[in-house]
Design a protein around this ligand. Structure first.
Ligand code: GDP
Length: 443
C-alpha cells in the first residue's frame, strides 16, 4: 500500500539530512520533492498546493528542539499534515437512537459495493450486532446472488424481492422487516452504474426518501486516484453522503484517493477495504495511515519525546520565575503558546483573576481575554515585554499599545492591572508549593 509515495517522501527528507536547521532555502528543495511525490501519487492539485503551503509554514517557523535534527522535524511536520488532510480523527459509523441504524451503500459499479456491504455486515456481527443486508441492486446481473452467497458465508441475513421490484420498495420492505424482527442495522446494497448518471442519482434519492438512512456511505475504488475526489463531491451534491468506504487499497501503491477525498468533498473516509476477502475491512484511522505512508514511526516517537523534555524544562524554568515574581509578558506569551500546543488554555485561564471557577461561558470569555492580551503584547517593544513596570509608570507607552492593538487605553490599563494581580496570585500559589492549576500543568 502506497509504496511509491513512501519512497518519494523518503527522498524528500534525505535532502535535509546534515543541515543545521530548516531554512527558507533548504526547505524549498524538500518541498519541491514533496510536491512531486504527491502529484506522482495522483493527489488532486488543489490538495497538493495547500499541503505544500501548510508544510512550508509549519516547517520554516518550527522551533528547533535540542536532540532533533531538521530532517526529523520535517518528517513530523509532513506527518501532521498527512493526518490533517485525511481528516484528523477516525470518524465512527453513525448509530441511530432507535434501531435499526439504516446504512445506504452507494457507488459506481465495480467499486466494491456488494463486497463492502458484506464486509460491513461481518464487522457489525463481530461487534455483537445483528445486521440485515438488503439486496436492492436490481441493475447489475447476479448482484443479488452475490450478496446471498456472501450472507451465507458470514452468517448474516439477506433480504431480497428479486429484480422486478423497484429498489426503493425493496429497501422499504427490508426496513419494515428489520423493525419487526429487531435487527440492529440495515445495510442496503444499491445499484451502481459505470459512471455517474442522472438515473442512478435519482434512484438513490428515491431510496433515501424511502428509508431515511442514518448513514450514506459512498464506496470508492481507490485505484481511480484523484478522480475519487470529484466523484465524492458529485455524489455529495446530488444525494448527500455522510462518509465513504475506500476499497482496493491493497492494490493502490499511490494513495491519491486517500489523500484527496476528505479535503475536496468534506466527507470523512470511515472504512477501508484491503482485500477481496470479507474480513478485509478496517475502520479508517488517519493517524495510522499517515504513519504507514511515511514509514518512519521511530523518528516521530523521537521528535515527540524531545519536544516533551523541552516542555518539561520550560515548565521548571517558569516555576522559578513565578516564585521570584519575575514572570513578564514574554513569559506569558511563551506560556500561552506552550499551553495551546498542549491542547488546553483552561490551565492558563484558571490563573486569571476571577477565572478560577470555570464553566464554558467563562472559558470562552477567558479565551477572548487571552486573545486581547496577545494582541497587546504584540504591540509591545521587547523592553516592555520584559519589564512590565515600564508600562505602569509611563502612560504614553500604554496609549501607544492601545492604538497598536486596536484597544482603548482603558482596556490596556485593565489588562495591566489584571496581569499584576495574576503575578501576585501565581507567586503566592507557587510558594504554597504543589498547586493544582500550575500553568503548563493543566489539571
Ligand atoms: P460492486 O459492483 O460495487 O458491487 O462491486 P463488487 O463488490 O462486486 O466488487 C467488484 C470487484 O472488486 C470484485 O471482484 C471484488 O472481489 C473486488 N473487490 C472489492 N473490494 C476489494 C478490495 O478491497 N480489494 C481487492 N483487491 N478487491 C476488492
Amino acid at each position: 500500500m502506497f509504496e511509491e509515495l513512501s519512497a518519494r517522501f523518503e527522498d524528500a527528507v534525505k535532502g535535509l539530512r546534515g543541515q543545521a536547521k530548516i531554512s527558507d532555502t533548504n526547505v524549498e528543495d524538500a518541498l519541491k520533492q514533496v510536491r512531486r511525490a504527491l502529484l506522482g501519487a495522483d493527489v488532486s492539485l488543489e490538495v497538493v498546493r495547500e499541503f505544500v503551503e501548510e508544510v512550508r509554514q509549519k516547517a520554516v517557523g518550527a522551533e528547533v528542539v535540542r536532540g532533533v535534527t531538521p530532517d526529523q522535524k520535517f518528517v513530523q511536520v509532513v506527518h501532521q499534515q498527512l493526518v490533517e488532510v485525511m481528516g484528523g480523527d477516525n470518524a465512527p459509523m453513525a448509530e441511530a437512537e432507535d434501531s435499526p441504524t439504516v446504512v445506504l451503500m452507494a457507488g459506481l459499479q465495480g467499486a466494491g459495493k456488494t463486497t463492502a456491504t458484506a464486509k460491513l455486515g461481518l464487522h457489525l456481527k463481530d461487534q455483537g450486532q445483528r445486521p440485515l443486508m438488503v439486496a436492492a441492486d436490481v441493475y447489475r446481473p447476479a448482484a443479488i446472488d452475490q450478496l446471498r452467497t456472501l450472507g451465507e458465508q458470514i452468517g448474516v441475513d439477506v433480504f431480497s424481492l428479486g429484480d422486478d421490484v423497484k429498489p426503493e420498495e425493496i429497501a422499504a420492505a427490508g426496513l419494515a422487516k428489520a423493525r419487526e424482527e429487531g435487527f440492529d442495522t440495515l445495510l442496503v446494497d444499491t445499484a451502481g452504474r459505470l459512471q455517474i448518471d442522472t438515473e442512478m442519482m435519482e434512484e438513490m434519492v428515491r431510496i433515501r426518501s424511502a428509508v431515511e438512512p442514518d448513514e450514506v456511505l459512498l464506496v470508492v475504488d481507490s485505484m481511480i486516484g484523484q478522480e475519487a475526489a470529484e466523484l465524492t463531491r458529485a455524489f455529495h451534491d446530488k444525494v448527500g453522503i455522510t462518509g465513504s468506504v475506500l476499497t482496493k487499497l491493497d492494490g493502490d501503491s499511490r494513495g491519491g484517493a486517500a489523500l484527496s477525498i476528505r479535503k475536496v468533498s468534506g466527507q470523512p473516509i470511515k472504512f477501508i477495504g484491503t482485500g477481496e476477502k470479507v474480513e478485509a475491512l478496517q475502520p479508517f484511522h488517519p493517524e495510522r495511515m499517515a504513519s504507514r505512508i511515511l514509514g518512519m514511526g521511530d523518528v516521530l516517537t523521537l521528535v515527540e519525546k524531545a519536544q516533551k523534555e523541552v516542555e518539561l524544562a520550560d515548565v521548571e524554568k517558569m516555576q522559578k520565575k513565578l516564585q521570584e515574581a519575575s514572570f513578564d509578558f514574554s513569559d506569558f506569551l511563551q506560556q500561552m503558546r506552550l499551553i495551546k500546543r498542549m491542547g488546553s488554555l483552561g490551565g492558563l485561564i484558571k490563573m486569571m483573576p476571577g477565572m478560577n471557577k470555570l464553566d464554558d461561558g467563562m472559558l470562552k470569555q477567558g479565551e477572548q481575554q487571552l486573545k486581547r492580551i496577545e494582541a497587546m503584547i504584540g504591540s509591545m517593544t521587547a523592553d516592555e515585554r520584559n519589564q512590565p513596570e515600564l508600562l505602569a509608570s509611563q502612560p504614553s507607552r500604554r496609549r501607544r499599545i492601545a492604538g497598536g492593538s486596536g484597544h482603548s487605553p482603558a482596556d490596556v490599563d485593565k489588562v495591566l492591572a489584571d496581569f499584576q494581580k495574576m503575578r501576585g496570585f501565581m507567586q503566592q500559589m507557587s510558594k504554597g508549593g504543589g498547586m493544582p492549576g500550575m500553568p503548563g500543568m493543566p489539571g
